[in-house]
Design a protein around this ligand. Structure first.
Ligand code: P53
Length: 481
């Protein structure tokens, strides 16, 4: 297996998001977020997004793994693995409980003071996402989420408060998690989590797609304005965008399949294109105009986009995408899901996610060629069922195999292909609530947490085999896989 030492200062670590691990959903003044109204689902049963919190339903994010009260113990374990960086998010509703207040909630700000101080005590750099599926529910109900231009101000205010407060304790920032997920505009779950949009029954696909392009535009303007302010507050800040990057390939060599793959990529990549280049790419601009999908864009918006471009491109990598023009012709592509074909060469996880380590090398090459910017892998990993042995150990060799093969491909990209990579932060370094299904039993962690899908368990933390393996990877700076 190929391995190589990573450059000095490479940020090995792990990633989580506030709503998936903190719990304490209504403590110390925290408001209700979209994550607080999402019920538990399963591999086959989608999560329900309810209209407020309905008694008797199971909302796994309410208590999650109670990181809010366990963070010292958890960060200590991450330090023991040798983490150089730890990615989490700042729960928007801890800082602005409803989202439209004029003053922030001091108790919420203090929690992150303590968390970042603990990270620094162990030499761990916090890497912070501002909006990770945590939009205040009040902003969704009252304003329609990001379909409303006012959301720009609310987000920018939230960002500015965080930048000022953590000016000296956080250097690495990202604005919106997986901002490109909403390219699946008719996926109710992703539209709610990404953009705070709850579709009304009976809306057509065309109306949903239009809502997405308008909302995404406001998010991109909000992101750009925040980045500009952030750089003024501290010129040393490194602020990135964050996309869910899945390299696209044609099922066959036919030109229709190849063109379809290109169109598919264009409809996803424009989110990061705007972040990097400060303007819309030609194809997507033409598509939006042709379809009349974005009535509200101003000269000031276009100016803002050019002034708030990113320092780096962060991305999650889980799988590649394969498309077939048997399903949809390139010029008829709207609903991206319709183009997707099953790749016969790949195996799948228990949740049906294709496993493709070489896809990570392809991703790193594509993004480098397209953007010429430093890249940052801020999510990657395998959601799997774990079995706890009688002595408490967890032999998760499947997870080690998955991570080892991905890290090896990543190291090829850095060593052989010259990719400028800031770090590797695999997802769910401690077991947490799955975003997609709300399950605890879809586990990603090096650290096991005793809690199941029904919400039962002691919350005790323990080390899986992968904990010791990753510790060795980090101490050898990537050489000993
Ligand atoms: P879970 C959809 C597609 C790809 C990644 O996902 C996604 C999603 C949303 O579910 O989410 C990212 O927990 C996301 C994390 C999430 C992780 O991938 O469904 O940034 O919040 O937990 C893994 O297995």
């Amino acid at each position: 297996m190929f391995s190589a030492k990573m450059p000095k200062g490479f940020l090995w670590g792990g990633a989580v998001a506030a709503h998936q691990l903190e719990g304490a959903w209504n403590e110390d003044g925290k408001g209700m977020s979209v994550a607080d109204v999402m019920t538990v689902g399963s591999a086959t049963q989608p999560r329900e997004i309810t209209d407020g919190v309905i008694p008797g339903k199971n909302y796994p994010n309410h208590s999650a793994i109670d990181f809010y009260h366990h963070y010292e113990e958890d960060i200590k374990l991450m330090a023991e693995m040798g983490f150089k960086a730890f990615r989490t998010s700042i729960a928007w509703t801890r800082i602005f409980p409803k989202g439209d207040e004029t003053e922030p909630n001091e108790a919420g700000l203090e929690f992150y003071d303590r968390l970042f101080e603990t990270c620094h005590k162990y030499g761990i750099e916090p890497v912070i996402t501002l909006s990770h599926f945590e939009i205040p529910f009040h902003l969704i109900k009252e304003y329609g989420g990001f379909t409303n231009r006012k959301m720009i101000d609310y987000f920018v205010k939230f960002a500015e408060v965080c930048f000022k407060r953590y000016k000296d304790s956080v250097k690495y920032w990202m604005t919106f998690n997986e901002i490109d997920n909403q390219s699946s505009f008719n996926n109710d779950f992703l539209m709610a989590t990404n953009s705070g949009i709850l579709f009304t029954p009976g809306m057509t696909d065309e109306e949903k797609e239009a809502a997405m392009y308008q909302a995404a535009h406001y998010e991109l303007v909000a992101s750009a304005l925040a980045i500009k302010i952030g750089h003024e507050i501290n010129p040393d800040f490194q602020i990135g965008c964050m996309i869910n990057y899945s390299p696209v390939r044609p099922l066959t060599p036919s030109s229709d399949d190849v063109l379809l793959a290109d169109k598919f990529e264009q409809r996803r990549d424009w989110f990061s294109d705007v972040h990097v280049f400060g303007e819309y790419p030609k194809e997507v601009e033409a598509y939006i105009v042709r379809n009349g999908y974005r009535p509200d864009i101003t000269d000031a918006d276009r100016q803002a986009l050019t002034e708030g471009t990113v320092d780096y491109v962060a991305f999650s990598y889980y799988q590649t995408t394969t498309v077939s023009s048997e399903n949809v012709k390139p010029d008829e592509l709207h609903d991206l899901a319709k183009a997707i074909a099953k790749n016969p060469t790949l195996e799948r996880s228990d949740w049906g996610w294709e496993i493709d380590p070489k896809g990570l090398r392809i991703a790193l090459n594509h993004l480098t060629d397209r953007y010429h910017k430093p890249l940052f892998i801020v999510e990657n990993g395998l959601g799997a069922y774990d079995k706890v042995e009688a002595d408490g150990s967890v032999h998760d060799d499947y997870r080690i195999d998955y991570l080892r093969s991905h890290i090896s491909e990543m190291e090829k990209a850095v060593y052989l292909d010259g990719v400028d990579l800031m770090g590797y932060l695999p997802w769910g370094c401690i077991d947490l609530v799955s975003a997609g299904t709300g399950q605890m039993d879809k586990r990603y962690g090096f650290i096991y947490v005793d809690k199941n899908d029904a919400g039962e368990g002691t919350l005790a933390r323990s080390k899986k085999d992968s904990f010791y393996w990753y510790q060795k990877v980090i101490s050898s700076n990537g050489e000993d896989l």
